[in-house]
Structures are given as C-alpha cells and as structure tokens.
Design a protein around this ligand. Structure first.
Ligand code: NAP
Length: 342
C-alpha cells in the first residue's frame, strides 16, 4: 500500500506514435509481488512491431508497452522479504514497463549492483540478456574467433559487440555509414549494409568464414548469413527486422526462420543454426528460466561495472515524451538505446 499515483502509457490499438495515451491509478503489491517505482525504461524494437500489431507474440489491445525496466522497490507484498524495499532492481517484463510504477513478481527482479545508474542498467536488461545468452549459451564463442554482428549500432547490437570483444572475439559489424566512425573507435570493422555487398566484403575480411553470425534481419538475407559461416560456425537468428512493415501474418516470417534453422541442422554440414528467443523455456520451467536470467544479467551488470561494457544511451527522454522517443527510435539514426524516465 502506498500513496503514490501510477502514471502509465497505453497503446490502444494500431496507432501512429501520436496515438499513445496516458492513464493514472493506484498500484498495490499482492502476495509474492513487489511494487517498483520505475526510474528508467526504454524503447525496444518490439514496441516498433507492437504498435503495428506485428510482434510475434502480440498482446491484445489496449495494453501498456515497455519490455524492461529499472527502478527501486517501494513496497513488498505478503511472503516477500521486506528488506528488498529500497533496493534498485531490473526486470524483464515484455509489457508494462512504460509506467511510473509496476507490480512485478519478486522472483522476477534482479538486483542492480551499486555504482550502476538506472539509465545505464536499463540499456542492458533485455539487450544484455539477449546478447549474453546468444554469445555464451548459443554460439559459445571463444577467444581469437571472428564474428559478424548485424545492426552493430542498435540496442542489442551495441551490447553484443562489447561483450564479444570482452571475450577476446574480433567483430565485423554491419551498420549505416553514419555509425562507422564510432564503430571503428570501438575496434569493430564496419560494413555498410545499405550500400555494400555485405557477403563479398565479409569474405574479404574473413576468407575462411566467420565463427558466428548474429542475424536479427531475417527474410531471405539469413541464407547469406548462413553461407558466411566457417566450418564449426554458428548462426544465431533472433529477429525479423526486415519484415516489420510487411502486411499479412506476423508469425509467418519467424516460422520460416525456424524452418530454415531446422533444415540446416538436419543436413550434414558441420555448422550449427539457432533461433534465439529470450523467453524460451519460461512456460516449461519457470524457476530454471529465472535462475538462468538472473545469472546472465548479473554477469552483464558486472561487465558494466568493470567497464567491459559502456552503456550506449542514444537519448534520455521523460516518459511523457513517448511519441518523440518512439519516433527517434524508429528514425534509423540512433546508436544504442532510447531510455525513458518516468
Ligand atoms: N529473439 C529475441 O529474444 C530478441 C530479444 C531482443 C531483441 N530481439 C531483436 O533484436 C533486434 C534488435 O532490437 P533492438 O531493440 O536492439 O532494436 P534497435 O535498437 O532499434 O536496433 C535495430 C538495429 O537493426 C538495424 N535495422 C533495422 N531495420 C533493418 C533492416 N531492415 N535491415 C538491416 N538492419 C536493420 C538498425 O540499423 P539502422 O540504425 O541503420 O536503421 C539497428 O542497428 C530486433 O529485430 C528485435 O526483434 C530479439
């Protein structure tokens, strides 16, 4: 129970960014839950798909978007360690983060270490978990290897690049030309996916093929990614950004990727293919899923604390400027994560 007023952003249906609405209320944590005052949330690619009704696992309208959040525990419900109050935590929620306060299961929050700011931490919640798990649980990269990261300037891409480098891996990254200087400064070899023939350029840079490709672009281009692999290499497909504005089934582009992955693994070719889904395993074994997420996000926070990863905050805006934030995230000019402060 508390005297604070909840303010949240509602996505009422398929709308332009101007169509988002603001709602108010009074939140109370139930048994096993905590009430978190949100300090930072952000714009993920998922919200770009959700506002078009094109997210693979689209929630029913109306709903409050916001894939992840960082905040301070204000109140604990029955059965929750009361000492958790006052702690800064992060949570992966898929929806609900674009709010001043959220109610979350206590088992789903991960403590943010001292010295890591809310906005910094926010840049590595969904992005960091995704990047870490793809690198270390799927591709299982090793020192001295070379990988190709598509969208190296993006929210996930910018964390992926840095975690790979921290593991001693050389990175080739695709991005628009405007991001190349920043990528070079980071030690990434940039390739312009808009103007260059990516396959030709990557073959020049890595004649024997690359050890892993991280592909969120999907569509037919994923075949090109697969062909760039060295023997023993791994393709990690994890999105379908290229079909965001298509008409028709929202599931079909992902089902096609799953089909290709299945086929590639079924054929004898000394290469591995995965489709990564950050929610995989949650429905079957919730506690195992939570333990893995907690362990991995804790590793990413430690990398942030050590300076192995520098938070890439593309912009910070108040939550009330959600329309500008969404427009900016979709502008194709952004490096890193657009962070929202309620
Ligand atoms: N499977 C999972 O569990 C999971 C979890 C998290 C994220 N994801 C996926 O990860 C991807 C990145 O998410 P994010 O939040 O990091 O997004 P983001 O910050 O908006 O970054 C998107 C990146 O993709 C590039 N891009 C956009 N459209 C493209 C296209 N048609 N062809 C090539 N590149 C394109 C952008 O480049 P420009 O700046 O040049 O436009 C940017 O580098 C999304 O596809 C998302 O669905 C998947």
């Amino acid at each position: 129970m508390n005297a604070e007023e909840l303010v949240e952003v509602v996505l009422p249906g398929k709308v332009e960014p101007e169509g988002l609405q603001v709602r108010r209320g009074a939140p109370v944590a139930g048994p096993g839950q905590v009430l978190v005052r949100v300090e930072a949330t952000g714009v993920s690619f998922a919200e770009q798909q959700m506002r078009r009704g094109r997210y693979y696992d689209q929630p029913a309208f109306p709903f409050v978007p916001g894939y992840d959040l960082v905040g301070t525990v204000l109140a604990t419900g029955e059965g929750v360690e009361p000492g958790l109050a006052g702690t800064r935590v992060a949570a992966l929620v898929k929806v609900g983060g674009w709010a001043s306060h959220v109610i979350v299961d206590a088992a789903d929050v991960v403590e943010v270490p001292d010295g890591v700011g809310a906005a910094e931490a926010e840049t590595v919640v969904v992005n960091g978990i995704t990047a870490w798990q793809m690198l270390h649980r799927k591709a299982r990269v090793r020192t001295g290897q070379t990988v190709l990261v598509h969208g190296a300037n993006g929210g996930v891409g910018s964390v992926l690049v840095q975690l790979a480098q921290a593991a001693g891996v050389k990175v080739i990254g695709t991005a628009s030309a405007r991001h190349h200087d920043a990528l070079r400064e980071r030690g990434v070899v940039p390739v312009d996916y808009r103007t260059e023939d990516v396959a030709t350029r990557v073959r020049e840079l890595a004649p024997g093929g690359v050890d892993a490709v991280f592909d969120h672009v999907g569509g037919r281009g994923v075949v090109g990614s697969w062909r760039l692999l060295a023997p023993g290499g791994a393709l990690v497909s994890y999105g379908s950004a290229s079909t965001r504005d298509d008409e028709g089934s929202k599931q079909w582009p992902v089902l096609k990727l799953l089909g290709r992955v299945w086929l590639w693994n079924a054929l004898p070719n000394r290469r591995r293919a995965y489709f990564f889904n950050v929610w995989a395993g949650r429905a079957m074994a919730k506690n195992r899923f939570r333990a893995r997420l907690r362990a991995d996000l804790t590793q990413v926070f430690a990398a942030l604390q050590r300076g192995d990863v520098t938070a890439q905050i593309a912009a910070q805006l108040p939550l009330t400027r959600i329309t500008d934030a969404l427009r900016l995230a979709e502008s194709g000019t952004v490096a890193g994560k657009v962070v929202l402060n309620p």
